[in-house]
Design a protein. Sequence first.
Length: 103
Amino acid sequence: MAERLDPGSYIGFHGHFESEGPTEERYWVLNGHARLQAEYRDVTMRQFDCAFVPTGRMHTVGNTGTERVWVAAWPSKGARTVRSTPTTWRRRSDPACRRGSGA
C-alpha cells in the first residue's frame, strides 16, 4: 500500500508482534525525503531508499519536509521474530532494493 504523507505528518509509532502473527515490514520512499524512526535507528530516507523492519520492532515513518511524500509499505506475514538485529535501511544502490530482487 502507498501512504501519502503531507508535510509534518507521520504514520503512527507502531510494531507488529507475535500476538497478531509474525509480521515484518518494508518501506520504500517513492518521492521526496522521509524520516524513519525505529528503536535503534533514526535516518532520513531519499527517493527509492528502502527500509526493512523485523517483527517486534517499534517504528514510524514521517515527512519532515515541506512537500508531500509518498511511501510504499509492504507488510509480510509469516516472518519470525528477530531479537538481535536492528532495523535496517538501504540506499537505492543496494542490490536488495533493485527492481525484481528481494529485500
